[in-house]
Design a protein around this ligand. Structure first.
Ligand code: SF4
Length: 132
């Protein structure tokens, strides 16, 4: 059983109840397709400019999370055709946040949750490989 923590963006707090994220986690699809069994440890909200994201990741880790996923909407945007494409998400530095989470909180961080952009493979930032 993989215990998963999710970090979302407060810019989307009042618009999305994370239905896609939770459904995909439960069904092991999209960003969660690599797991055999999943359970949700919890969700934390990151506030711009993201200075507190490592602290949020540490809380999720302390609550038992094995891995943290950043919501897809941080780094992707829904197009008019309703497909999602990379870029223009709520956060301009999702890569930097994922790297800091891996390095400073010591937990693997994966970019992606629901409705992955076509051709996008979720990027994994592991504590062992995150660069300073
Ligand atoms: S990734 Fe999709 S479902 Fe998850 S919080 Fe963002 S908009 Fe909502």
């Amino acid at each position: 059983m993989t215990k998963i923590g999710i970090i979302r963006c407060d810019n989307n707090l009042d618009s999305c109840p994370m239905t896609g994220c939770f459904t995909c986690l439960q069904d092991k699809k999209q960003g969660f397709s690599g797991y055999e069994h999943t359970t949700l440890t919890g969700v934390m909200t990151c506030h711009c400019p993201g200075d507190d994201v490592v602290a949020k990741a540490k809380i999720l880790k302390a609550k038992g999370a094995d891995v943290i996923h950043l919501c897809t909407c941080l780094f992707s945007k829904r197009t008019e055709g309703k497909a999602w494409s990379l870029g223009n998400g709520f956060c301009n530095h999702a890569d930097e946040m994922a790297r800091r989470i891996a390095q400073e909180a010591g937990i693997t961080c994966i970019k992606g949750s629901a409705h992955l952009p076509k051709g996008y493979t979720p990027e994994t930032f592991s504590p062992a490989t995150a660069q300073a």
